[in-house]
Design a protein around this ligand. Structure first.
Ligand code: FES
Length: 143
């Protein structure tokens, strides 16, 4: 029996997160890419087989934490987002987003087919015709 393949972290963004950190505090970097509180863990990794990376810093300053989740120096950015590995993940991310947008457009088109739009214009046109017809009739067919 072979072991299950290792989970892949989800690409988050093609640049690092600049965050102000302070010494003496435990931080938990999101390594799975699912957290809604990037770049920090919010517990969303449960069941993925990926764990957050606990770390501390030595001085209070801005640190650059990896956003593409491909760094070789986690949790810190090592520039991988601008190298082939990071760019490939970014490309995959964009293709997936494009597919999702295409699906949303297709769903929107199904929800409101063009025939319904034509019917709405028909109703407005008929209403206008009745009003104009009544106006003309009142001018020419008075007793
Ligand atoms: S939510 Fe991503 S590592 Fe915890």
């Amino acid at each position: 029996m072979s072991a299950a393949p290792a989970a892949e972290p989800k690409f988050v963004q093609a640049s690092p997160f600049g965050v102000d950190l302070v010494p003496g505090k435990d931080y938990f970097y999101c390594a799975c890419g699912l957290s809604k509180n990037q770049p920090f863990c919010d517990g969303s990794h449960k069941g993925t087989g990926i764990s957050p990376i606990k770390f501390k810093v030595d001085e209070a300053k801005k640190y650059w934490l990896c956003g593409c989740k491909q760094t070789g120096a986690a949790p810190f950015c090592d520039g991988t987002h601008n190298k082939e590995k990071g760019l490939k993940k970014y490309n995959e991310f964009l293709l997936k987003k494009n597919g999702e947008l295409q699906a949303q457009l297709a769903d929107a088109a199904k929800a409101k087919p063009s025939r319904a739009i034509v019917n709405e214009f028909s109703i407005v046109g008929l209403s206008l015709g009745v009003v104009v017809g009544a106006f003309i009739a009142s001018k020419y067919f008075r007793n």
